[in-house]
Ligand binder design. Structure first.
Ligand code: IMP
Ligand code: MG
Length: 173
């Protein structure tokens, strides 16, 4: 049976907010090259839409990680499934995430990347669930703060489905 999904953030609102984030990044990185790290798979749509709206030299790399844990909680121990193709030393790096929940995955990832000596390292997330945070992670750019609900769409999945929805939705239980 198909799940019932209600709209939390419309396609128009998502696109508009991504434009605002892109404008902010464009201003703050003027004269520089931006190296975007897309954390697969959830960040693919967000990374592409954001990148198209940044009129600066942009390069990309991709990383895939999996957090150990049960279905709804990550443990903080992260397994690298696909590492970056290129070194990041000396680069102005922005890590692009779909959502920050407990913060465990990103806190581990940011420490690991920072040890590789980028010129600068920032974190940009489309969604943030601050109520769920258990560990300190500095987020530089946030699209939307959302309540503690399980969301899908715009790259986010529910058992691998719904990534292709053009809006952010909530799966009704
Ligand atoms: P954290 O380590 O708890 O911050 O885990 C964050 C990861 O959990 C995200 O990158 C998502 O892959 C996944 N996640 C957390 N909340 C949601 C949600 O509401 N919908 C879909 N995936 C989620
Ligand atoms: Mg993710």
């Amino acid at each position: 049976m198909a799940d019932k999904i209600s709209v939390l953030i419309s396609e128009k609102d998502v696109e508009q907010r991504i434009q605002e984030l892109a404008d902010q990044i464009t201003k703050e990185y003027a004269g520089k090259e931006v190296h975007l790290i897309c954390v697969l798979k959830g960040s693919i749509f967000f990374t592409c839409e954001l990148a198209k709206k940044i009129p600066l030299p942009v390069t990309f790399d991709f990383m895939s990680v999996s957090s150990y844990g049960n279905q709804t909680e990550s443990s903080g121990r992260v397994r690298i499934i696909k590492d970056l193709d290129e070194p990041i030393d000396g680069k102005d790096v922005i890590v692009i995430e779909d959502i920050i929940d407990s913060g465990r995955t990103l806190s581990y990832l940011m420490d690991m990347l920072s040890a590789r000596k980028p010129a600068s390292l920032k974190l940009c997330t489309l969604l943030d669930k601050p109520d769920r945070r258990v560990t300190d992670v500095k987020v530089d750019y946030v699209g939307f703060e959302i309540p503690d609900k399980f969301v899908v769409g715009y790259g986010l999945d529910y058992v691998q489905k719904y990534r292709n929805l053009p809006y952010i939705g909530v799966v009704e239980q």
